[in-house]
Design a protein around this ligand. Sequence first.
Ligand code: PMP
Length: 440
Amino acid sequence: MPDQHHLYDPLPAAELLALDRQHVWHPYGPMPGRQEPLVVSSAAGVRLRLAQPSEGQDELVDGMSSWWSAIHGYNHPVLNEAARDQLGRMSHVMFGGLTHEPAVRLAAKLVEISPSGLEHVFLADSGSVAVEVAVKMCLQYWRSLGRTGKTRLLTWRGGYHGDTWQPMAVCDPEGGMHELWSGMLPRQLFADEPPAGFDAPLDPAYVAHLRSLVSAHADELAAVIVEPVVQGAGGMRFHSPGYLRVLRELCDEYGVLLILDEIATGFGRTGALFAADHAGITPDVMCVGKALTGGYLTLSATLCTARVADGISRGEVPVLAHGPTFMGNPLAASVALASLDLLLSQDWAREVERIGAGLLEGLAPAAGLPGVKDVRVLGAIGVVQLDHDVDMAAATRAAVREGVWLRPFRDLIYTMPPYVTGDGDVARICRAVCAAAREG
Ligand code: PMP
């Protein structure tokens, strides 16, 4: 895949890396960075092309879908065309007082495909902001109804909801990335982490634990917020959808709203279009992001029921005071529509199942490796958990040597491949995960 149409002369990789080190902050990193990043010059299908070879490889099969978003792979002709077509009309226009077809059609589409009962859509620009909006909706709902004491959130441990303030307050408070702020964040309520296992029977003691927390704090709880079925960046743990039904029932019984954060799980990743579908429930508020635009552009959405919107509009301040500059961005909305059409026009569930079967087979040998604590697969998600923290540099190098891009964290080496990953590449990703587990 040649690099075409450069508007500027490409910098030699060494120079680019020197400037990167001098000026550029990378995610969750120190300044200057400790590990040299790989320079990607382009990407197509499931392959990232490197500007200079690393471990003898000049391209890598992407096992990460760019943090779980690029479900259709890179440089997809349909998504490229949608972006080009929209660019020819307008890439952006403000959303205050104006509207446009891409945003309207996207909102209608999200309402159509999400759990029934979600009717209204707030478009925002990242997952964390979608969670901020979700929390604001719930706090404002109770305020509007005069229930001003209902200001706290309940979640379970092991979760992750983003890096801005409200999301940080419901991330796992221990051992996570946001521990530093624990004294300053709003103090939310934490249940124990949900018992592991998608297929595990419900644990009555855990159900009772949830019930006792919700019932004891109903007067101060605005909402329960959880990641459904898969806890992602908090530990790549799977739990039974039955606990979502339990939460739905408890929230209904005790007058608490339920927020599902589907930012990582939405759009097929767990084998259902939304993880809530495994449980057959509708949350009061739901967040989506990541794969919404097929990994092309940043866009998220917070959906809510008519009850939540009506409640807010009955308040003394009847508006939702939130309105990002790039709200409803037409370019992102057009690509999101094309991505959803692409997803829904194919048998995506079969592709996810195919990848899951490949991961199950290919990761099985990891279970016998020294230092491996658990191997688990759900949908198109494969996880190898070690009994120690991963040596990131060694594990990454081992995967790159196999021609695969992985980004392990804590004690976890995992993959969420694009849905278009062929069987041979899935097997290759598995070999890389095993190599990373051996060397990391
Ligand atoms: N919620 C979940 C479940 C996530 O996995 C993430 C990102 N990893 C976020 C929220 C935050 O999304 P963003 O990084 O787009 O702000």
